[in-house]
Design a protein around this ligand. Structure first.
Ligand code: SAM
Ligand code: SF4
Ligand code: SF4
Length: 344
């Protein structure tokens, strides 16, 4: 069933290859981050029932098809992916597919202490932990007063002990909320295994009241850090790399910046996303996805499913971030998929 041909590349309508697949394994979360699923707005939100989730077998089958179409990197996300029971079993099955270079997880880190070892042993090789601050008050202000900062830091330390191939810490910056803590975060992680990455706050979903005034521009962040900890830019490693990487001049490792708002990278966007209920999205800011679960459950063959995926990717023209100001000025912008449904 799987095609190992490395030249088997599927291109979209703007000649962007399909390389990465992000799979949301659950839409629930134990945090309520203000920039993703703020508590007040989502009290009415009804999460999917577990029968509506793609099963592990369905995820593995779809992943195999995506791999046969050129995908080499898989990221499991959510909601909070570690709330999905027995996630390590999914990881072992995905590992068995072969041809997957990177098998990664994005997590809020709250449950890593319990799960990191089993995930590592099952074949997970990269972890990204989302952590926006080292200040307990700001941590709770930003995540809806959930969980414990200390527990997240312990989870990160656990991952360091397990020597994942890559361990990253994602920080979403919001002006007036956590932008004063940039240097503390740099100081804390500098020289450690975990690589810090600052991300511009995005207008994902429909409920975070995004405004450009809250975005801390990457240029500003780099200048601030460089003034205290001199940096030099590094070459990009691969097409589709979203982070601008810098090295500390003193040799104590690297740091990354994701300027998704001020320097969009749609031109090299190679990512497809599958929501928890099995819809395929070709952009983080899309309004509609294509249902893959129904055809899967109705018994479509691998060939038929591959054709469907080919057709959707082949027609892809998304480049929301490059068109943001134009699209946002439209009077009737269709509601976008929420980040916790489709995964970051
Ligand atoms: N719950 C997991 C976590 O927080 O890591 C995985 C899912 S979360 C939706 C994936 C990533 O999206 C996180 O790193 C989070 O910080 C990021 N994110 C969510 N809302 C965002 C926004 N409005 N702008 C930028 N990044 C955002
Ligand atoms: Fe949950 Fe992650 Fe969204 Fe925060 S960013 S609410 S941890 S899904
Ligand atoms: Fe990719 Fe859409 Fe983000 Fe552009 S806006 S980089 S097309 S996910």
């Amino acid at each position: 069933m799987y095609n190992d041909d490395p030249h088997n590349t599927l291109y979209d309508a703007l000649h962007r290859p399909l390389r990465d697949l992000r799979i949301s394994v659950i839409d629930r979360c134990n945090f309520r981050c203000t920039y993703c699923m703020p508590e007040t707005e989502n009290n009415h939100y009804s999460f999917l029932k577990s029968q509506e989730w793609l099963s592990f077998a369905e995820i593995v089958r779809l992943t195999g098809l995506f791999v046969s179409l050129g995908v080499t990197k898989i990221r499991l996300t959510g909601g909070e992916p570690l709330l999905r029971p027995n996630l390590f079993e999914l990881i072992s099955s995905l590992r068995a597919i072969g041809s997957i270079k990177d098998l990664a997880l994005t997590t809020n880190g709250s449950l890593l202490v319990q799960h990191a070892r089993a995930l590592r042993e099952a074949g997970l090789n990269r972890v990204t932990v989302s952590l926006d601050t080292l200040d307990a008050r700001t941590f709770h202000q930003m995540n809806g007063r959930k969980g414990s900062l200390q527990r997240v830091l312990e989870g990160i330390a656990c991952c360091e002990e397990l020597h994942f191939d890559s361990l990253k810490i994602n920080v979403v910056l919001q002006r007036g909320v956590n932008d004063r803590q940039i240097l503390d975060l740099v100081q804390y992680f500098k020289g450690r295994q975990a690589i810090l990455r600052f991300i511009e706050y995005m207008d994902v979903g429909n409920c975070n009241h995004w405004d450009m005034r809250y975005v801390v521009k990457t240029r500003e962040v780099i200048d601030l850090i460089h003034a205290h900890f001199p940096l030099r830019p590094l070459e990009a490693k691969a097409l589709g790399e979203v982070a601008m990487r810098y090295a500390f001049e003193d040799g104590s490792g690297e740091i990354g910046f994701i300027a998704s708002v001020t320097q969009p990278f749609c031109g090299t966007c190679t990512r497809a996303r599958i929501s928890t209920e099995g819809k395929l999205y070709t952009c983080l800011f899309a309004s509609e996805g294509t249902d893959l679960r129904t055809p899967l459950r109705e018994g479509l063959s691998d060939l038929e499913l591959s054709r469907l995926i080919r057709r959707i990717w082949g027609q892809r023209t998304d480049r929301y971030s490059e068109q943001r100001s134009h699209l946002r000025s439209q009077p009737h912008l269709a509601p976008k998929v929420e980040m916790f449904q489709v995964g970051g």
